[in-house]
Design a protein around this ligand. Structure first.
Ligand code: GUN
Ligand code: ZN
Length: 434
């Protein structure tokens, strides 16, 4: 059979290690070539070295002046909250009551769910995000709609049905039994179908009974290659509520630990109010942090402690947490992440932020070698960044003296406008202006 070879010429950046731990973490080809075969990376390197290896007649797409890098990975986002992004409320719990729950109610309707899912997926691609861990609602219909929208673009996405059997409106509740049964049905329907991956999704400890969390833990053991996603230690009122609901737990995180929900492929959003023992448990079990800067600032939840997470070697990733988060853009997310880190006394270089938004996210999801960098055989999900996307970006980036300065300007000033194109599995899925 004829092989499908594609080649792209641009400056090329990707990571093979965490810049915080290695000074050889990134690979940069000023005049680079990315070669794909059948939707996977075949080779990456300097144009001058690789060009003669191309089969005669191969078309080279010319993106000179732009930067190709792996697509962004957003490890925590709620697609049903797309239509309520930027809704004002004094903190997490009133925000959930006033906006979130009524909005999520509408996802029982498959047509509504599909409409929002289509918009959501396009918005991710416009912002350069090619992989995400996505909350749906309690309704199975919302999951079918999401995976249907994701597979139309052949995207590698993780998503799941919310499990929630108390402390929420009746119209949004399942039961311990129905939540587990429906989640298991969805695993059979969607997990590893094409590029889809299922995530068990107990909303957060306050909205699940102990029975529901136990059953979720059993599913996590029965299906170890599925994901688990939930929220932990986001807000001090929430932490106090969990303490009163689960008096026998040592901490909020311990509620999940006791039922076996700390494991590789478990993603914990926020992690602001953890203590050292919690972080040690996360590191020991392979559970990962999803750090949600724009959401944490918007809802006034608190400042994530980067220094403590690094000290204890917890797996870290970045996320938007839309609609608590205020932007779909991982560049805008880096911008705010940088400032949160500064407030906590940590200096986050741009190289580290781009690592966290690509390979760091992939590692947190146990997807290294699959997505997140351009290792040989990796699925070819990548973006084309435009350092001249706006007049201000152009002015600033033409005055940069190093890669770090260039990436820093893109992180602090960039947004969806800086994404000239997005590719998934080697196919163009977004072109700016179209
Ligand atoms: N905790 C429980 N549900 C949610 C949610 O929808 N968003 C955020 N940010 N936190 C939550
Ligand atoms: Zn969330």
């Amino acid at each position: 059979m004829q092989q499908d070879i594609k080649a792209f010429r641009a400056s090329i950046l990707h990571f093979t290690a965490d810049p915080a731990l290695s000074d050889k973490a990134h690979s940069w080809h000023e005049d680079g070539l990315l070669v794909l075969r059948d939707g996977r990376v075949q080779a990456v390197g300097d144009y001058a070295q690789l060009k003669d290896m191309l089969p005669p007649g191969t078309q080279v797409r010319d993106y000179r002046g732009k930067i190709i890098m792996p697509g962004f990975i957003d490890t925590h986002i709620h697609y049903p909250q797309t239509d309520m992004i930027a809704s004002p409320a004094p903190g997490l719990l009133p925000w959930l009551e006033t906006y979130t729950f009524p909005t999520e109610r509408q996802f029982k309707d498959p047509a509504h769910a599909r409409g929002v899912a289509d918009f959501f997926v396009k918005e991710l691609l416009r912002c350069g995000t090619t992989t995400a861990m996505v909350y749906c609602t309690v309704h199975q219909e919302s999951v079918d709609a999401f995976f249907g929208a994701a597979e139309a673009y052949d995207l590698r996405m993780a998503a799941g049905k919310v499990m929630m059997d108390r402390h929420s409106p009746d119209f949004l509740q399942d039961t311990a039994e129905s939540g587990a049964r429906e989640s298991e049905e969805l695993i059979h329907r969607w997990h590893n179908k094409g590029r889809n991956m299922y995530a068990l999704t107990p909303r957060f400890a306050p909205t699940s009974t102990e029975a529901q969390l136990q059953m979720c833990g059993e599913l996590a053991r029965a299906y170890p290659d599925t994901y688990v996603q939930t929220h932990v230690a986001e807000n001090t009122d929430e932490v106090a509520w969990v303490k009163s609901l689960f008096p026998n737990a040592r901490s909020y995180l311990d509620v999940y630990d006791q039922v076996g929900l700390l494991r590789p492929r478990s993603m914990y959003a926020h992690c602001i109010w953890l203590d050292n023992e919690d972080r040690a448990r996360m590191a020991a079990t392979g559970a990962a942090v999803s750090m949600c800067a724009t959401s944490n600032l918007f809802l006034g939840s608190g400042l994530f402690d980067f220094a403590a997470a690094d000290r204890q070697q917890v797996a870290l990733s970045l996320a938007t947490d839309v609609g608590g988060g205020t932007s779909f853009s991982m560049l805008q997310t880096m911008n705010e992440t940088y400032k949160v880190a500064r407030m906590g006394g940590t200096y986050l270089p741009a190289l580290r932020m781009f690592y966290l938004a690509t390979l760091g996210g992939a590692r947190s999801m146990q997807l290294e070698g699959v997505v997140g960098n351009f290792g040989p055989g990796a699925e070819a999900d990548f973006i084309v960044l435009d350092p001249k996307a706006t007049p201000l970006l152009e002015r600033r980036t033409t005055r940069c003296n190093s890669l770090e300065e260039l990436l820093f300007a893109l992180a602090l000033l960039g947004d969806d406008r800086a994404i000239a194109a997005t590719y998934a599995a080697g196919k163009q899925v977004h072109l700016r202006g179209e």
